[in-house]
Design a protein around this ligand. Structure first.
Ligand SMILES: NC(=O)c1ccc[n+]([C@@H]2O[C@H](COP(=O)([O-])OP(=O)(O)OC[C@H]3O[C@@H](n4cnc5c(N)ncnc54)[C@H](O)[C@@H]3O)[C@@H](O)[C@H]2O)c1
Length: 401
């Protein structure tokens, strides 16, 4: 706990779609929940290439200025930290330039369109000696934090099986606009970078490094309507509004088997075209003494199975299942709510992420365990995804380089 007044820290946001808004809101809220960061963010400048979008953001959120060209953010001396929330294909160029300008970097996942991009940004950050955070926000759910602590403490014994799913219907409607997300050059490997990147991060965070993968992918909706105007987020257009159709160049769905360094085995499934599934993100981690289950849609609940008989022996069969409602003793729940089972939301995870980023900026000696997800995590996630893509071509298990 620092007693001195927090130092103002000028921040900028590049790309003001969904994630740009969430980063700006996180900067605005973070000291409400974490007053001991040592710094207090000030919204200095917002950049977006769509005419008028940055100005509207500045008027609504209180940025001091708005620009269309992100390069102008880097020459603004009051800016010490930059959020990169532009589409994937800009991550490498903008992320590396932010670091080279000596500014701290909070960048969205997947950090580019493949491991080469993530590595380039990591190297730029390393050379510049700035701090960086990556948007793997699902780690910060208190139930996920609790699951990680229990796994590390051996509560479920040796981990044997890991099942991870990230199923969404955001692209299930064939009338959905052909946005940057469906271009290989601009969106990378489709659902792999978009959703499976989070799954790989959760797998590594809970169970440790992945050694090898074998995967299958599919494009189920091969053509989509070219939008007639700028799109944002996961917007849809009505087919009749657009005359042209274009090719979907990247993956709608992936299923992968995972081998962990520990010997554990895993299954990861991700789809953006899963009708009936809305943010069905979750995992089961099964050990030889029990199993933990989590579903983002019930973010504050951790299902815990396992137990011991009266004589202390492990209940290998008929072990009971309990629901733990997370509360102030779990993760950062206490920074948001005073009691168990009072719900936190998605945006709160981003506030936790902002706090971890700013803590690392304020304290260069911060232990990694208290800091954000790093560019090393982004590189590791991207290597696993690249290995999945290689495996689809080779038809074989692919080691992670
Ligand atoms: N962590 C998460 O849970 C999560 C969720 C959604 C998106 N994301 C990631 O966040 C990033 C943005 O996704 P989104 O959903 O906010 O997309 P979006 O399409 O809603 O927003 C992107 C914004 O960037 C702007 N932009 C594009 N090129 C630009 C440039 N050269 N300079 C300035 N602005 C530019 C666009 O005009 C748009 O406003 C992606 O990398 C995505 O993978 C992460």
């Amino acid at each position: 706990m620092t007693s001195a007044a927090p130092r103002p820290l000028g921040v900028a946001v590049v790309g003001f779609g969904w994630m740009g808004r969430v980063h700006a809101q996180s900067y605005a809220r973070v000291t409400h929940h974490f007053p001991d960061l040592g710094v207090r963010p000030e919204l200095v400048v917002v950049a977006d290439e769509v005419p008028g979008r940055a100005e509207a953001a500045a008027a609504q959120y209180g940025f001091a200025s708005a620009v269309q060209d992100w390069h102008e953010v880097l020459t603004e001396p009051r800016v010490e930290a930059v959020s990169v929330t532009a589409p994937n294909f800009f991550h490498r160029e903008i992320g590396a330039a932010v670091a080279a300008a000596g500014k701290h970097l909070w960048i969205e996942k997947p950090v580019g369109v493949g491991a080469a991009d993530a590595t380039a940004v990591r190297d730029a950050v390393g050379s510049a000696g700035v701090r960086a955070a990556v948007g793997f926000n699902y780690r910060w759910a208190p139930a996920v934090q609790e699951a990680r602590a229990r796994i590390a403490a051996g509560a479920i014994g040796e981990v044997e099986g890991v099942r991870i799913r990230l199923l969404s219907d955001y692209a299930a409607d064939p009338a959905g606009a052909l946005s940057w997300r469906y271009s290989r050059e601009r969106g990378g490997a489709g659902v792999l970078g978009d959703l499976a990147s989070h799954g790989v991060d959760l797998a590594r965070y809970l169970v440790g490094e992945i050694n090898a993968v074998v995967a299958d992918t599919a494009v189920f909706i091969p053509r989509r309507a070219v939008p007639s105007a700028a799109t944002s987020g996961h917007q849809r257009v009505v087919l009749g509004e657009s005359t042209a159709m274009g090719d979907v160049e990247n993956e709608d769905a992936v299923t992968a088997l995972l081998r962990f360094a520990s010997g554990a085995r895993g299954v990861l499934e991700a789809s953006r075209v899963a009708v009936g599934e809305q943010n069905t993100y979750g995992f089961e981690v099964a050990g030889n003494h029990g199993v933990l289950r989590w579903d983002f849609r019930r973010m504050g609940e951790l299902s815990v199975s396992g137990g011991r008989a009266g004589d202390g022996s492990v209940l290998y069969q008929d072990a009971p299942t309990q629901t733990l409602f997370v509360g102030p003793g779990h993760g950062d729940h206490a920074a948001f709510q005073p009691g168990a089972a009072i719900a936190m939301g998605y945006d709160d995870l981003k506030v936790v992420e902002a706090a971890r980023f700013l803590r690392a900026v304020a304290d260069p000696a911060l232990p990694a365990e208290r800091g954000p997800a790093t560019l090393d995590d982004a590189v590791a996630s991207a290597r696993a995804l690249d290995a999945m893509s290689r495996s689809v071509t080779s038809g074989a298990w692919e080691p992670l380089a």
